[in-house]
Design a binder for this molecule. Sequence first.
Ligand SMILES: Cc1cc2nc3c(=O)[nH]c(=O)nc-3n(C[C@H](O)[C@H](O)[C@H](O)COP(=O)(O)OP(=O)(O)OC[C@H]3O[C@@H](n4cnc5c(N)ncnc54)[C@H](O)[C@@H]3O)c2cc1C
Length: 320
Amino acid sequence: MSKTLIVAELQNGAPREAALELITQARGLGGELVSLVIGSGVAEAAEDLAKRGGGRVLAADDAALADYTSGAYAQAIRRALDQESPDLLLLSNTPIGWDLAGKLAAALDAGVATDVVRIEQEGDDLVFIKRMFNAKLDSRLRVTGSPRIATVQPGACEAYAGSDAGSVESLDVSGCGSRTVFKELRTAAAGGHDLTKADLIISGGRGLQKPENFDSVLKPLVEALGAQMGASRPVVDSGWLPHEYQVGSSGQVVAPKLYMAVGISGAIQHLVGMKNSNFIIAINKDADAPIFEVADLGVVADLFEIVPALTEAVSAAKGG
Ligand SMILES: Cc1cc2nc3c(=O)[nH]c(=O)nc-3n(C[C@H](O)[C@H](O)[C@H](O)COP(=O)(O)OP(=O)(O)OC[C@H]3O[C@@H](n4cnc5c(N)ncnc54)[C@H](O)[C@@H]3O)c2cc1C
């Protein structure tokens, strides 16, 4: 692949972990790497990215880009595409990445692959690999049009950890604007259930079958171990537990001393949120569940048998 342009998202003025992962993906393909940083007052972030492997970094720095609007950001990316003519445009598979990828693909009549975990060079072509059926199958996509556009799932690879000296150039983004007006950013009120500070987390998934089982099956073990309860997204989406319980790419990212996943398959969006835990125990009746790939201790069993037995053993050990 001769040239890749990545759009590096920022958080609190610094490149997001997901941006450094795009660098890993792009560098894996070889060729020239150009990174784009968009916002207002982004000089420091651009320098930072250049030092962290971002290659030649374009800083799209303008007051009109201070807050995200898809129109203005898409225009800034179009300026970079016109200047650089890359073969591949990579974005993160985040709400901003989805928003921009679809808009740009439609405007450029280019093909887009979303939620990609890996990219492989095959002859002159690129193959975009995407997980299906809870990571039991990989789909291999080829994309037509130019540039090829892809959004990459955060956590699908390691963040680039090299420190190659890159360079920073400013990109002319004068006149980039949007008919959309940014009004305000509302963040969810912090709840009392902060999993990021917990040492022990026991999370339940769809395998628990119904909300009552969180109280009758999982909670006794959580209490016996003095742990905090977490959950996978379907549990939260079904309204069984509030969003502050959700672990994963669209929930909380945790790294406790012990993480126990009960009846959770281990989709990549869940793994992203817990794979850095110190010790991981997985209980699942399906021996092929992807959660076992990250587990230090895997128990292939029916949770409705093993969890009450474990609770009893913990209580007995505590003399209760
Ligand atoms: C953009 C996006 C963001 C997402 N963000 C998140 C996120 O932040 N967090 C998240 O968790 N997911 C997220 N998801 C959803 C994710 O892709 C999976 O769908 C989800 O993690 C699956 O949840 P689960 O493992 O509880 O359910 P399932 O995949 O249905 O797995 C249930 C598991 O329970 C096991 N099981 C069933 N019965 C028993 C039993 N009796 N004993 C033992 N095991 C049993 C099954 O074998 C199965 O492995 C996101 C998806 C998208 C597209």
